[in-house]
Write a protein that binds this ligand. Structure first.
Ligand SMILES: *Cc1c(COP(=O)(O)O)cnc(C)c1O
Length: 592
């Protein structure tokens, strides 16, 4: 999928260049920050090699990766982000090695640093200018541009920068105009507006006599997460082909109006390349249901509030649904305050709660026949939703769902020939009430629950969160010390018996490794624990054999995994097909 997306992006631009009769070329780069994993970056470079596809780096570590991976005289290496002298020196070292490194100025102060360092190293730098566009984005990252953006130069700052270059006799250095209007731009109109404005900057600088040659349209190419093809935040109202055509056509139009030669076009599409290739698969390990059927009433004399709830449940007075709901709610609240004041026992309160939920369930069942459902009753669905406890951490693996309410396609990955009968939300295993997923994709708008199957005893139930290949894993954090998950790299290949093979498997973090990141040494901890066990053994409160077992358990778990290991009874071993073959990557087949 990764390779396919790279080919698709490049082919879209090739086609657009061709159909628009555009005289420049397309020279795309992959912004490393979107997914830095070595296998991902290597796969992208390999698939992009026939197209001269390059890399974009936004920090020193990313630049160090890009410099090593990119060959000389080849694709572009665009350097964005905040830069110190070391960053600039490293980028210029790339120039000396014959790489197409371009330093994009994000702040006026960087100009002096570049001039200073280039002089000292005796190289002519290639420079781009990131412009602060007036055209603002749309969607969740709208603030990436516009007057208050954190990056880019205003028109007057560009004049200052250009002046500095002239005075340093480095006019030859200026090659590129850059902008980035933010990620996941849902509306193509926004993109077109920005491209036109940036192309105007390009033409003006070109007419001022700088060599130029490159216009970089940044990222922003979206992913249709919810499949609606709309300008909704989690979607996009255009395709990759339309994006390429509109970018090329807009630049062409502006350049021709200004009498400037067509530049080569650079794009830094990250999300669009890598989001689709990754699926997070996790197991639902438990189910938190609403209180079940109201069983036998508590012994002893029944309380009036209970009798009233029983009457509402039986609907003796033939009230309409909304009235029943209001009455039930009122009685439940009354019962709760009676409990707090000491007039209702725990047993009675438990029975009240069960009655209330049973009434709600009864109401919901009746709503199915109702034409026009009142708002309050429409909420019953999510009130009655169950929670499936899932063996993952939202903070590690679905960060943008928590941080930005971004929607991801989520669905069970098996039992798909069975109708899912349960409405549920997902709770993760962190001790954080925010660790949950309760917004899901719907045909229109957002739904609060997901249709899932009832869990079966001793049978694992797996759920997949799709399109998580961009930004999620690397931005994930160590909340509750869970860390990275197990990874399998699957390569689809028709020649293979199953149509795929496993290229690589990577183990998730061990406890030991995570503890090391926060300054605990596993051996020290084991020693400390052992000392306590020894003391207990000597005091005879623990038998020697028990003590040994305790130390063994502690040592085994500290080397083990952070996530849950679901309980399964031993009787029925999981039926398993033969394992697919694991092939090590033959360091890229097509590369020399
Ligand atoms: C993050 C970033 C990108 C990638 O944006 P996507 O929307 O993921 O394509 C491109 N360019 C710059 C400068 C960025 O900061």
């Amino acid at each position: 999928m990764l390779r396919r997306r790279v080919v698709q992006l490049n082919e879209s631009f090739l086609k657009a260049v061709d159909s628009e009769d555009y005289s420049g070329k397309y020279r795309g780069v992959f912004p490393i920050k979107v997914n830095q994993l070595r296998e991902v970056v290597e796969e992208i470079l390999d698939a992009g090699e026939p197209y001269g596809f390059g890399l974009e780096a936004g920090s020193k570590p990313e630049l160090l990766i890009a410099l090593a991976l990119l060959e000389a005289n080849g694709p572009l290496l665009i350097c964005n982000g905040y830069k110190d002298d070391e960053f600039i020196e490293l980028a210029l070292m790339g120039r000396k090695l014959g790489k197409q490194t371009i330093i994009v100025i994000e702040q006026v102060s960087e100009v002096d640093a570049i001039i200073r360092t280039a002089r000292r190293m005796g190289v002519v730098p290639h420079i781009g200018i990131r412009v602060k566009l007036t055209a603002t984005g749309e969607g969740k990252w709208a603030e990436s541009t516009g007057e208050n953006a954190k990056f880019g130069l205003t028109a007057s700052e560009i004049m200052v920068a250009v002046d500095k270059l002239r005075r340093a006799r480095m006019t030859d250095a200026l090659r590129l105009v850059h902008f980035h209007i933010g990620s996941q731009v849902p509306n193509i109109a926004t993109i077109k507006k920005a491209v036109v404005e940036a192309a105007r900057y390009y033409c003006e600088l070109s007419k001022m006599g700088f060599p130029m040659g490159l216009l970089d349209v940044g990222g922003g190419l979206g992913i249709d997460y919810d499949g609606s093809r709309s300008a909704f935040e989690s979607s996009m109202n255009y395709s990759m082909e339309v994006y390429a055509r509109d970018v090329v056509a807009s630049i062409k139009q502006v350049c021709e109006a200004s009498g400037v030669a067509h530049p080569d076009i650079v794009s830094e599409s990250g999300r669009a390349l890598v989001a689709p290739h990754s699926i997070l698969i996790f197991e639902a390990v438990d189910r938190i249901a609403r209180d079940g059927n109201a069983g036998a009433p508590p012994r002893g004399k029944s309380h009036p509030v209970i009798r009233e709830l029983e009457a509402i449940l039986k609907n003796k007075r033939k009230f309409d649904p909304l009235e029943r709901y209001h009455d039930a709610k009122e009685k439940k609240e009354e019962a709760h305050s009676r409990f707090t004041l000491g007039y209702l026992s725990l047993e009675q309160r438990a029975y009240v709660d069960r009655l209330f939920w049973q009434i709600c369930r009864d109401l919901r069942a009746k709503l199915a026949n109702l034409h026009d459902v009142p708002d309050e009753l429409a909420r019953l669905d999510s009130m009655l939703a169950e929670q499936y406890v899932c063996n993952f951490s939202v903070f590690q693996s679905l960060l943008d769902h928590w941080a930005l309410d971004q929607l991801f396609p989520i669905a069970p990955i098996h039992r798909l020939n069975e109708r899912p009968t349960i409405q549920a939300t997902l709770a993760d295993i962190t001790c954080d009430s925010d660790g949950k997923v309760d917004d899901f994709i719907d045909l229109e708008d957002v739904r609060r629950t997901l249709s899932l199957h009832p869990l079966k005893k001793d049978e694992p139930y797996y759920i997949g969160a799709f399109m998580v290949g961009a930004y999620q894993d690397i931005m994930g954090d160590l909340h509750n010390l869970f860390g990275r998950v197990n990874e399998a790299h699957v390569f689809l290949e028709d020649d293979e018996e199953d149509g795929f093979y496993l290229e690589e498997t990577l183990e998730g973090y061990s406890v030991e490794r995570i503890l090391g990141m926060i300054q605990y040494n596993a051996e020290d901890l084991c020693r400390m624990l052992k000392r306590q066990v020894d003391r207990a053994t000597r005091a005879d409160s623990v038998k020697p054999r028990e003590g040994v077992a305790m130390v063994d358990l502690y040592e085994r778990l500290i080397r083990g995994k952070t996530y849950l290991i679901p309980h399964r009874s031993k009787k029925k071993p999981e039926s398993r097909k033969a394992k697919p073959s694991l092939k090590r990557k033959s360091v890229r087949r097509t590369r020399g």
